[in-house]
Write a protein that binds this ligand. Sequence first.
Ligand code: NAI
Length: 328
Amino acid sequence: MSEPIRVVVTGAAGQIAYSLLYIIANGEVFGKDQKLVLTLLDIPPMMGVLEGVVMELHDCAFPLLTEVIPTADPAVAFKDVSAAFLVGAMPRREGMERKDLLSANVKIFKVQGEALNNHAKKDVKVLVVGNPANTNALICSHFAPSIPKENFTAMTRLDQNRARAQIAQRLGTDISNVKNLIIWGNHSATQYPDAANGTANGKPVTDLVEASYLQSDFVTTVQKRGAAVIAARKMSSAMSAAKAAADHIRDWWHGTESGRFVSMGVVSDGSYGIPKDIVFSFPVEIKNKQWKIVQGLKLDSFARSKLDITTKELLEEKEEAMAVCNGN
Ligand code: NAI
């Protein structure tokens, strides 16, 4: 059994964290032989609720969980952490403009970037779940200059899991037989779910599923899945978001198997002609805790037009976020 590592979950009193904490503490992310200290960050009004979450974590009697630290202080929450799940964010309220939401979240992720910079381990792996996730990850990295940019990522794994589920259901096959579907771009309705390199039972998805579906209903179903869950459940995706966050960090920690890739929002290095320095979802392979963008995949003119749309949105978000940072 190795020494405990410290892991922080923000938004720890919220609904995604309620599912996520169980998965982490049960050893399903960092391994069944990795002891954990969990630090739980939320805002001061939520400390009472958080106390209830702490009670339940104790009552689960997880063998790997050595300590749980609830706090409203980022300096305490981020101290010596090896992994950070940044789930907490300002939710969109009725009548709120996209700009207001972005502005509120830029402020949160600036504070958390600074706290990571000052208190976390320098090799900390950061996953931003809170929306707008890609731009929040960019801001967080911007305010944590002592931590490599590669260590900041945004979650598009839920979108990837949704895409796989759609194809598996359509083909009537187990989800484990469906591989290498890609989410390009922003975690928003402009993302491009791409099946062109996907396989099902070892065969190209494009040979098994009609192009008319892959270019229309498949894309819009995945893009709008979050809204469909809200319409049905009256609350946003939480169990599936928690599972996806766990999948993302587990693959980053332990690596991806050969020939299989996953989608992550990462800082663009210019691959596939995407402008540098935006957090863009790419297909990546992971070895020794380092991700690498999969190169050489073909993009037809349809795919290219979709990538242009999501790139434009991310550039606009970046500009608005930077204006907030610069006090404009
Ligand atoms: P929730 O509203 O149930 O919980 C959010 C928690 O964050 C609350 O307890 C709140 O007090 C806390 N919080 C707010 N500001 C904070 C701060 N500065 N520091 C620490 N905690 C803070 O929301 P839920 O359902 O858990 O969702 C969390 C976020 O995840 C939302 O932004 C949501 O849009 C996003 N999301 C992202 C997905 C993705 O695929 N990237 C999928 C689903 C949700």
